[in-house]
Each structure stands twice: as structure tokens, then as C-alpha cells.
Write a protein that binds this ligand. Structure first.
Ligand SMILES: Cc1cc2nc3c(=O)[nH]c(=O)nc-3n(C[C@H](O)[C@H](O)[C@H](O)COP(=O)(O)O)c2cc1C
Length: 479
């Protein structure tokens, strides 16, 4: 079962030992970020945890980070499924979206601060790359609305705190949030905008999905939760926000008002370029009584950002390939976390049905996602096992024959696209087809029945117990 509120989820996470509380007061200008960076840089995936900073110097509100994306187990807990059921859960949610329900009263409006009383420093907004970021950044879901259709969008766009009442948001070209704000500002109108901090976990995870423009992230979250997400009207702008959220920041973008945003540590692992972006005048802060501040950890991979982006987008990509493009031969998708979570390497498992089918699927994935490298393997490869993928690449991929290059890809965030000798910042993509093209014969392992008999012998002679890795199972099943 998924959780109705962030609080319920944090309690479930704590019970599983996946959340740690830090009781000593912390300085939000560097301590939470620096500690969480050590957590991601030093601990192996399975040992990571969410961090709950109970006391923040100079602020009444605690900070939580890394809880949704500490590791695959934490992410699965947020969705109320087992770790190996994540892709199936996204497929179910895509097939059964549930539109949101509008309510009048909301926990996220128990306290309402408007007008001259609004001060962003009352929120414990951390600095995420201490010593390098321009200032504190809000790292959570942003709500915007299309002026003409009335359809809302949610996406995560990092947002810089400029002063007590103004933000500068990284609403960049092509992003749906940006397109929505343009539908107002190009008509000379003020665009409404809001940030949702500490929403129900399914809302957080659905909003990072790369969906078509106009698709409803909240209906997807409802499909994941199996019930409608309650939404309430903001107090000062005409937008709906999740009623059970911890904190809402409401604001307005006035036509032509921009400022420089950044530098900020980006999720690809480098400090990002500084650009001119829309200024937001904050009109209200509303929150629960005793709220919790939730901020995503990003910057150098692996991070919370890479974890949630890779797991959500793998599930959505698999569903798009199977349901929307009819590629039911694709059985699994994995996106690695070494580069932004959605920008790196996608591994696709499939059962090719005709010559060059695997190349076609690889090309589709390159075109419909942000990933830079696509490797297609047969379904007898564990796509979450690096050594198994390497084996498939070495034994089934012939570079001169099985490589497709895709040029002229706009990916500003990819440092390899920059060149010392030209102004071009165009990146490129590669598809590697590592499926078997002809029968390579049987594996060099004893037949299955001998291997299984040997398991009994293993126990009999008192050797240490082990769990059969998926890689070994897949190989023995075909031996
Ligand atoms: C922590 C975090 C920070 C992100 N920051 C940005 C950002 O600043 N700008 C951006 O365009 N996308 C950012 N993303 C990715 C988008 O939120 C994501 O691709 C989302 O699907 C965009 O929504 P849209 O497709 O409706 O525009 C971030 C994601 C995460 C998890």
C-alpha cells in the first residue's frame, strides 16, 4: 500500500531502519548537505538511508532529505511495493489513472501567511552545494497551469532563493512548467506558480516522470495510490495543490521579470552554467501545524535525484514501449544512476522478433528519452547486474556492425558536448545492440540437473550458504 502522507511514509521508512534521525542542531547553510553527500558518496546502495534533521538552527521546522530516494528499497517503500515490483507498479498506475478530487479544507493550509508577513527565511531551505551554490535552493515539485486549457503540470525545477520574498526558478526551454508560464506571460498576464513541499510520496515520484505535455501527473499519482489525490485551491493564486502536503509556497511570475540563476550543483555531477530565468514574487506560504521541510538531494551522482529519476523513468519508458508503441517484446528497462538518473545509460531487455528489431527498439528509446547510451540485450541477461551486461557486450556485441550513432542532440547539461575548438554544445547518443544475432551454442556450464544436484552436495559438505544470484539462475536455466 502506498502512503497518504509524507508523515506516514517516514514512519514506515523508520520502522524498516531506512531513516536516521539527527538530533544535534544543524546549520542549514552547509551541514545537512555535506552529511548527505557523504552518505551517497561513501555508503553502498543497500546501506543508505533517509536523513531527518530534527533541529535546525534559527528555524522551527525540521529538514528531511534522501528519504524517497535513499536507495531502491526506500523508493519501493514509498510506492508500497517490493523492489522488484517497481516497473509493474508504474505500468498499473499508467493503465489506471485516477483524477484528483478537489476539497475545501486542507492540512497544508492550517497556517496561512500572506502579504508583508511572508519571509522565506522562516523555511529551513538548505544550501545544497555549500561553498559553491549561489544560495539556498528549493528542490521540490513546482505547479504551473496552462492559461488556455486550464491543465496543470508538476515537475521539479530547482529554485533559488534570491531574498526574503523573491525566487528565481530554473524554468528552462522545453520544460512543461516553462511552457505553461509562457502561456500567461506572452499575453502580458501574471503566471501563477506554486511549490509543493512534503507531498504524498506517490505525488513526488510521479511528477519526475517524463510525460507528454498536458498529461496529468496527479492522476498518475492517484493511479499509483489507488485513490484520488485530494487537491485544494491555493490562497493567493489560481492553482490546485495536494491538500496533504506539508508546506506550499505560492507565487507569481510577472512578464519580463528575470534574473540570473545559479551557479548550482547539477545532478550530472558538475556545477551548472548561470542563466537568466524568471523571477517569482512569493505571495503566500501555507503549511501544516508543525510542518516538515522536505528537500531533494541532488548534485554529484549517485543522489536522491538520480535514484528517483532513474526508477520512475524506467517504469514509464517500459510502459510507453509496450503499451503506446506496441513493443511487447520488451520485457524490462533499467536506467543506471551514474549520470543524472535519466541522462545516462538505459539497458533494455527484449526478445527480438525479426532482423534488426533490437536496433529499432534501441533507436526508439534514444529518441523518446533523455538517455545518452542505450544498450539492448536479450531477456536472458540480468539488466541490473553490471557484470552480466559486460558479458553480453563482450560476447554478443560487434561494435562495427551493432552500433548506431545519433548526432545533434541538445543536452546543455552534458559537459562532453563542449569542445575546446568550437562553439558547438551539441551532444550525441549511441545505441549498442548486444543481442545475439546467431545461435552461439550452449553455455559452458554443466547442464541444469547437474548444477542443481551440486547444490545439495554443497550443503552436504558444509560450505557456506548463499542466495542464487539472478545472473547464475538465468545461465543455469539455459545450460
Ligand atoms: C531533484 C531534481 C531536480 C531537478 N531539477 C530540474 C531543473 O532544475 N530543471 C529541469 O528542467 N528539470 C529538473 N529536474 C527534472 C524534471 O523535474 C523532470 O524531468 C520532470 O519530468 C520535468 O517535468 P516536465 O516534463 O513536465 O517538464 C529535476 C529532477 C529532480 C528529481
Amino acid at each position: 500500500m502506498t502512503h497518504r502522507t509524507m508523515r506516514d511514509f517516514l514512519a514506515a521508512l523508520e520502522k524498516k531502519g531506512l531513516l536516521r534521525r539527527i538530533a544535534r542542531p544543524v546549520d542549514r547553510s552547509w551541514e545537512p548537505a555535506a552529511l548527505v553527500k557523504w552518505m551517497y558518496q561513501a555508503l553502498p546502495e543497500e546501506k543508505r538511508f533517509g536523513m531527518f534533521f530534527e533541529k535546525v538552527r534559527g528555524c522551527e521546522i525540521p529538514i528531511v532529505t534522501a528519504a524517497l530516494g535513499a536507495n531502491t528499497a526506500a523508493y519501493a517503500t514509498a510506492l508500497g511495493v517490493e523492489a522488484d515490483g517497481i516497473n509493474d507498479a508504474w505500468a498499473r498506475a499508467c493503465h489506471n489513472p485516477i483524477p484528483p478530487k478537489v476539497v475545501d479544507k486542507a492540512p497544508c493550509q492550517e497556517v496561512v501567511i500572506t502579504g508583508k508577513d511572508v519571509r522565506l527565511s522562516t523555511l529551513p531551505i538548505p544550501v545544497w552545494t555549500p561553498g559553491k551554490d549561489k544560495g539556498p535552493y528549493i528542490t521540490t515539485n513546482t505547479v504551473t497551469r496552462d492559461h488556455d486549457t486550464g491543465i496543470q503540470n508538476m515537475g521539479v525545477y530547482r529554485t533559488m532563493v534570491r531574498d526574503e520574498t523573491n525566487l528565481v526558478s530554473n524554468l528552462g526551454p522545453g520544460r512543461h512548467g516553462y511552457l505553461n508560464t509562457l502561456t500567461w506571460t506572452t499575453k502580458g498576464k501574471v503566471a501563477p506558480i506554486a511549490w509543493v513541499i512534503g507531498a504524498p510520496p506517490a505525488v513526488h515520484l510521479a511528477t519526475v516522470a517524463n510525460l507528454p505535455y498536458g498529461a496529468d501527473d496527479i492522476a498518475l499519482a492517484g493511479g499509483m495510490m489507488g485513490e484520488a489525490v485530494d487537491m485544494v485551491k491555493c490562497r493567493t493564486v489560481d492553482l490546485l495543490v495536494p491538500a496533504d502536503a506539508e508546506i506550499i509556497v505560492e507565487g507569481e511570475i510577472h512578464p519580463g521579470e528575470t534574473d540570473m540563476e545559479g551557479p548550482f550543483g547539477e545532478f550530472a555531477g558538475y556545477m551548472g552554467p548561470v542563466d537568466r530565468r524568471p523571477v517569482v514574487r512569493v505571495t503566500a506560504i501555507t503549511h501544516r501545524r508543525n510542518p516538515i521541510y522536505y528537500g531533494y538531494t541532488s548534485q554529484m551522482p549517485p543522489s536522491e535525484s538520480t535514484t528517483i529519476q532513474s526508477l520512475t523513468n524506467a517504469g514509464i519508458l517500459l510502459n510507453n514501449l509496450r503499451q503506446n508503441l506496441g513493443e511487447i517484446s520488451v520485457t524490462d528497462v533499467f536506467i543506471d544512476q551514474t549520470f543524472g538518473g535519466n541522462l545516462g545509460h538505459a539497458i533494455i531487455a527484449m526478445k527480438p522478433g525479426y532482423p534488426a528489431h533490437s536496433k529499432k527498439v534501441g533507436r526508439l528509446v534514444a529518441a523518446m528519452s533523455s538517455v545518452k547510451r542505450v544498450t539492448v540485450v536479450d531477456e536472458d541477461v540480468d539488466i541490473r547486474d553490471h557484470t552480466h551486461i559486460e558479458w553480453a557486450m563482450n560476447s554478443r556485441y560487434n561494435p562495427a556492425r551493432d552500433t548506431l550513432l545519433i548526432d545533434d542532440v541538445y543536452l546543455r547539461i552534458d559537459p562532453s558536448a563542449r569542445s575546446a575548438t568550437s562553439q558547438s554544445t551539441m551532444a550525441s547518443k549511441v545505441v549498442c545492440d548486444a543481442t545475439l544475432k546467431v545461435d552461439a551454442g550452449t553455455f559452458s556450464l554443466p547442464p541444469r540437473e547437474i548444477m542443481m544436484k551440486a547444490l545439495d552436495l554443497w550443503k552436504e559438505v558444509g560450505l557456506p550458504e548463499f542466495e542464487i544470484p539472478k545472473r547464475a539462475k538465468l545461465r543455469i536455466d539455459r545450460s
